[in-house]
Design a protein around this ligand. Structure first.
Ligand SMILES: [Zn+2]
Length: 197
């Protein structure tokens, strides 16, 4: 019996250059409002509070004892839109169970103590709808202002920095010490100090 050895070596290819250039369409300077159906939850099923709009209805939501914003401190607020529901259209393998059952009740899960625990809490439908409407209007206004400013920049005209960008810029100047933890300083110091054994 004869054995045939097949040469599997492939010719060495030069490395493929990485194409990091955006197409001109991607470089479009237009500011777009997020393409979502529900601005309350951004189509995630969980109501977002990045802009504190939820605090209009629950003043101390996601706030610590000192009143500082602390996302994730409280239970998630489950939306009323279709993103909160399961997806019965999809096949079994990809079925989305959803945060609410078909009757609108919030589903439960087992807590670490083995007791059923709700996946989140509900806020009245009209309040969620108001959050959606207000947030959408905010985004539309932001897009309008941003596009005016970007247009002026593109034309080399003078423009006034929107106040919220000014606020962020000022906040960023205080970031310097953000990653400087006292305990880390102590570790670094103890490592650089000569230790007697
Ligand atoms: Zn929603």
């Amino acid at each position: 019996m004869k054995l045939f050895l097949i040469e599997t070596k492939l010719p060495i290819q030069p490395p493929m250059p990485v194409n990091y250039r955006r197409t001109s369409l991607d470089r479009d300077t237009t500011f777009y409002v997020p393409k979502v159906e529900c601005f309350a939850c951004y189509d995630s099923g969980i109501v977002s509070n990045g802009d504190n709009l939820v605090n209009k209805y629950i003043p101390d939501y996601d706030k610590d004892q000192k009143g500082r914003q602390n996302g994730g401190q409280d239970l998630a607020i489950i939306c009323h839109c279709k993103a909160a529901y399961g997806d019965s259209q999809s096949d079994d393998e990809r079925e989305r169970v959803g945060f609410r059952d078909s009757l609108g009740n919030i589903r439960t899960t087992d807590s670490i103590r083995g007791e059923p625990q709700a996946l989140g809490v509900s806020l009245e439908k009209d309040k969620i709808r108001q959050i959606h409407t207000d947030r959408k209007a905010c985004w539309e206004n932001t897009a309008m202002v941003q596009n005016l400013v970007r247009n002026k920049i593109a034309k080399g005209e003078k423009y006034e920095t929107p106040y919220y960008i000014q606020v962020v810029k000022e906040e960023l100047t205080k970031v310097g010490d953000m990653f400087s933890f006292p305990s880390e300083k102590a570790i670094v110091k103890s490592m650089s100090d000569k230790q007697e054994v």
